[in-house]
Design a protein around this ligand. Structure first.
Ligand SMILES: [Mg+2]
Length: 435
């Protein structure tokens, strides 16, 4: 638990008055305590105390205190409130790491890759909507085009919010490089440079917190909900993936198909093989399944996959190989837990490498219009229940991600599903009253 950066000294030097000691629970919610700088030294050593059961963790009210021990390397001075410092934390109980905790789970996977001298590097593309504060409508009534993607005027009407977030990323040294209006009315995407998996996951967590906070400041709401508006394109979280041995990208091979090495195809094969179980992590909400497997949207396409297939530079499949040395996983959505997204990619990819898994044939067809011609393409789960059952039934994912993590995650997600199905809906009445 020792660390090299003295947070008390860092706070003093940077004029930080309070520190948010935060952690991400199993459902991706960010929990925090706001600690005055005067008290940070003890918290850095022992962690901040929480009642784990009160958050989305598989714990009981009788459990001992959960301690969030901040990782000083993650310190970020809030760009919109510089007197506050933010910290990601690792969870401990009775001095032992909590195996089910998402950041701990990713760190175990990163360590597993490191044993082979490998580093996963990813960039994530976080799509989100800017809505009215109640979340019921997009915030810009003039943003109503059928094909709103890259709409310059709609983008500029949100200039103040988008540039405040982008300026913050530039100041933080993330290498922000573009912002656009996305394919749904009211939808945006902001891109920053890729990095190692843990760094990207911490930034992904912070990005969501920052986008929500800055939107709120401007009287708006930023939502990463996968499908907030039926008929409009949903919010994905595409991940661009490459694997490195030191300075060498082991996915790159000039002699390989599309410039991707055998290792790259095996890694990709692992993701294809375990896609159904991974959906429980990448598409973790009831709402997620209204984005994938969705009917065509008003813009003409959903841009989300329906099948477990891959292609070259073609966005209608689950995996796209846009250029040599990397692939884009288009499966995950805005609700994915940033740590579990990276952990899932690593678990399946490393398994594919270990077993030299063949990803099957590349399909260079328009999957939305010609998908029915491919008879044996695996379908994605149709709902959260099927995905959680697939994760539950996967010996590989259980072993690789950790038995304690998978058991806890499955237990809470099953309860989530049960809570959803407990509601008596109008649809049921309309379709069943006269049975
Ligand atoms: Mg996009």
């Amino acid at each position: 638990m020792a660390s090299s950066t003295d947070l008390a000294a860092a706070a003093k030097a940077r004029g930080i008055k309070y520190l948010l000691i935060s952690y991400t629970d199993l459902f991706g919610a960010q929990r925090a305590k706001l600690v005055p700088a005067q008290a940070i030294a003890g918290m850095q050593r022992d962690g901040a105390g929480f009642a784990g059961f009160a958050t989305w963790l598989d714990m009981s009210p009788a459990d001992a205190d959960l301690f969030a021990v901040p990782d000083p390397q993650t310190l970020i001075q809030l760009p919109w409130k510089p007197e506050v410092g933010w910290l990601a934390s690792d969870l401990y109980i009775n001095g032992e790491p909590v195996d089910q905790a998402p950041r701990n789970t990713l760190k175990r996977m990163v360590a597993k890759a490191a044993e082979q001298g490998l580093t996963l590097k990813t960039g994530v593309e976080c799509e989100f909507f800017l809505t009215t504060p109640d979340g019921k409508a997009i915030s810009d009534a003039a943003d109503s085009a059928d094909k709103p993607c890259y709409d310059a005027s709609a983008l500029m009407r949100r200039y103040d919010v988008i540039t405040e977030i982008c300026d913050a990323m530039l100041a933080l040294g993330w290498g922000a490089y573009q912002n656009d209006h996305e394919d749904a009315n009211g939808q945006f995407e902001m891109n920053w440079h890729y990095a190692d998996a843990l760094t990207t996951a911490d930034r992904h967590v912070f990005f969501k917190f920052m986008a929500k906070s800055i939107a709120e400041k401007h009287g708006l709401r930023a939502t990463f909900m996968p499908k907030p508006f039926l008929g409009l394109t949903g919010s994905g979280c595409h991940a661009h993936v490459s694997l490195w041995k030191g300075e060498e990208n082991v996915f790159a091979d000039d002699a390989g198909e599309l410039g991707v090495s055998k290792t790259g195809y095996n890694f990709l094969g692992g993701i294809i093989e375990h896609a159904e179980g991974l959906c429980a992590l990448f598409n973790p909400t009831v709402n997620s399944y209204k984005r994938i497997n969705a009917p065509r949207t008003t813009s003409g396409a959903t841009w989300a996959p329906n099948t477990v297939t891959y292609a070259g530079n073609n966005r209608t499949h689950m995996i796209r190989i846009p250029e040599a040395g990397r692939f884009e996983l288009r499966l995950a959505d805005g609700a994915t837990n940033p740590y579990l997204l990276q952990a899932g990619i690593l678990a399946a990819g490393l398994d594919g490498m270990a077993k030299a898994t063949d990803p099957g044939p590349r399909l260079d067809i328009n999957m939305y219009t010609e998908g029915h011609l491919v008879k044996d393409a695996k379908r994605l789960p149709l709902n959260l229940l099927d995905a959680v059952r697939a994760l539950d039934a996967s010996p590989m994912l259980r072993a690789s991600l950790g038995e304690a993590f998978v058991s806890s995650y499955v237990k809470l997600k099953m309860a989530d599903w049960t809570s959803y199905t407990a509601a008596l809906t109008e649809w049921e009445r309309a379709n069943t009253l006269d049975c």
